[in-house]
Design a protein around this ligand. Sequence first.
Ligand code: ZN
Ligand code: ZN
Length: 343
Amino acid sequence: MDIQEAYQALGLDPGVDDARLKAAWRRLVSAWHPDRNKSAEAARRMAHINKAYDHIRQIRSGVSVPSDTEAPAPADTSDASETAETFEARTESRTVHLTLDQAVLGCVRSLRGRFTHGCRACEGQGQRVLDSACQACAGRGSVRRAALFGWLWTQEDCADCAGQGRAREVCGDCGGAGERSVKYRRSVRFPAGVRAGDVLTVPSTRHEGFELSLELRVEFEPHPFFILDEAGLRCEMPVDGYAWMAQRWVDVPVPGGVQQMRLQREALVYRLRGQGFPLTPKGERGDFIVKVLPQFPEDEDEAVQEALDRLVAASARAAEAQARSPLGEWRRRLGQWQPKLGD
Ligand SMILES: [Zn+2]
Ligand SMILES: [Zn+2]
């Protein structure tokens, strides 16, 4: 590629200044970048544009380049951000809300978002200055305005060209906004044992000239059943008092679902081994602590009263049959007791 071809590739005259050279290159990159331009020739055009731009910059900076070589340009470390292949680094910080089930078991979340950046084609101006003269002021940059019934004239800066005298057009890349927004979508794996306040850094991916990293701060959603504190993952649940006395099975919520647990008479706190929060990230799971709160009806109806009477009678018979039971022994001693009330 000779220098004439390089300028032609960017649609410029060799006399163009550095700022406009850079603006033209950015405009073309923005139009032909394969991330955005899905046409078959995008990659080839992109390479051609970058090669032309690098070539011109090398000539301008006084670096001699053998014209017959296809080798990539030597890295310009003094101004690396302007080499054609460089992607601008960008970090987006956001908060991700996880449920405690997701934190205990680990999960994959699909994250969508967008970030905005200054438009490269117009360098954030929203419009581009053209070579042609401004029509409103015929290139003078100022307009005359009649004052005092035409007796006087005043000179004012032309509003259309901000006094510069050159025509302008709205930037087609950003529609005049001066900035563009880039959408991203990432699938992110959160490891089992991630905690509220943890910050995960997701390796960068490329989006429209940006090297995008995500910095994700984890927060927990309030859980309908679980509490996580220093003691570990726990749950408090009301149970039927009679079912508790009868040592029945009950459904217990555990991370990821519901499982059955057998109630034990007198026991109020249960530890489900290996069902709790991971002790270390990705590590072994601790115990899940279930505290049961036995509930008895405030007003027992007739059917319950009769059943309780039968139950108490049957229980008393069973105690009598076992003479050495603590209850049988107690009753025997209570029956013999003569309280001493005086000498
Ligand atoms: Zn623009
Ligand atoms: Zn003007």
